[in-house]
Design a protein around this ligand. Structure first.
Ligand code: ZN
Length: 177
């Protein structure tokens, strides 16, 4: 190169060395398994999960595991319930009579309902149907589980002012409004 060459800055260029930290918008491909090796969730090809780091968009254990990583890095993390979806709360599992489900035909395990409790509405799943007795569980389906993540970081960029003030990502993979 001769010394008359000049360089113009290209906008929105993501430096490959940008590290994941608070206020970065992070794209990840991920695969989540339970301790038995069953795949619980995974990102679709070419549709990474995009989140704003440091704003509780994802579970705290995964944020901790990703902090300081860069685009191209892979991370394997086993996350305890306390840093995932919380421990199981036995009080959220209840046996109720079937007649509480008025107008529901063919009540089955796995169906979801909103339960109106004196602490407000909670989302519950039917976990057992036995005669006239129905067991419902208001725990998050992943509560009490260790979460085994395999993650590949595909992009890291700075969040803009609006994203930081909203606490979430806009644009592709983010909130559209
Ligand atoms: Zn917003």
């Amino acid at each position: 190169m001769d010394n008359k060459v000049t360089f113009a800055k290209i906008r929105n260029q993501t430096p490959k060395y940008m590290e994941i930290a608070e206020g970065k918008v992070v794209s990840i491909d991920y695969n989540l398994k339970d301790d038995e090796g069953t795949v619980i969730d995974q990102s679709k090809p070419d549709q990474p999960l995009v989140y704003l780091h440091g704003h509780k968009n994802i579970i705290s254990g995964l944020e901790s595991a990703l902090a300081g990583k860069k685009a191209g890095d892979t991370v394997d993390a086993r996350i305890a319930p306390e840093e995932g979806y919380g421990p199981l709360n036995a009080e959220l599992e209840q046996v109720v009579p079937k007649d509480r489900f008025q107008g529901v035909e063919d009540l089955q395990v796995g169906m979801q309902f909103q339960a109106n409790t004196n602490q407000g509405p909670i989302s519950v799943r039917v976990v057992k149907v036995e005669g006239d007795q129905v067991t419902v569980d208001g725990n998050h389906p992943l509560a009490g589980k260790h979460l085994n993540f395999s993650v590949k970081v595909t992009d890291v960029r700075d969040a803009d002012e609006e994203e930081l003030s909203h606490g979430h990502v806009h644009g592709k993979g983010g909130v559209e409004h």
